[in-house]
Design a protein around this ligand. Sequence first.
Ligand code: NAI
Length: 249
Amino acid sequence: MSRFQDKVVIVTGAAQGIGEAYAKGLAAEGASVVVADLNAEAGDQVAKQIRSDGGKAVFVPVDVSSPESAKALADATVAEFGGIDALVNNAAIYGAMKFDLLISVDWDYYRKFLDVNLNGALVMTRAVYREMRKRGGGSIVNQSSTAAYLYSGFYGLAKVGVNGLTQQLAHELGGMNIRVNAVAPGPTDTEATRVQAGDAAKDLVKNMALKRFGQPEDMLGAVKFLLSDDASWVTGQIIAVDGGQTFRL
Ligand code: NAI
């Protein structure tokens, strides 16, 4: 299995949860993976684990809301692996998110939240697209959520933005043969969801077509498809991987 041999992939928010599963799953198919996260200790562990399993990975710290930090990540990736082919914009404030309403959330918190959860994907894209163009193209997968289709306050609002960003960037980057798509996971069994959803999680599952939580690995097939040449004419799409939680006509 070496679908991503010689491909350099940056996965943000890869220190834990779904991003960790993406980093490990891509490395297992031959990708050179940059594990990028705010959390240096956990991120470094993920990269070490990949290497001890025989894969290629390095940890590079990043704050996706900072253009300077994103540029340093892109530079470090090129220095380590020689270029950039793919980016998975998975990082978000989720596990540590405050509960509040749009009508009452503190403005500074709201702005910081959107800076990370929405603008972070654009900041990262701006930092890497030139390197992708040098390689003749690339693929970007943004992490959305079915929260974009359900009431979920500023969290869902940011994911609606991620969906729109995916569609708009697909046009701005398509001429460079850079594809931009998104995956919208349903409720997934990560530590962050256990903190956020608590007991309400069981009710969520009852209303889904497939009566179980997603596991981080459930998203991997869709992400690998979108990053691979199998999806060479797929761009601007948002694919729900959600156990049938939502449907859209
Ligand atoms: P998580 O909270 O466990 O992981 C998020 C990661 O992003 C953490 O490692 C954190 O350190 C990192 N991060 C946060 N802010 C950052 C920043 N400014 N710069 C760099 N890294 C930063 O969340 P989980 O459950 O793994 O979710 C990952 C992604 O999937 C998020 O985008 C989340 O919104 C999305 N998602 C999660 C679902 C779930 O049920 N777990 C369902 C649908 C979408």
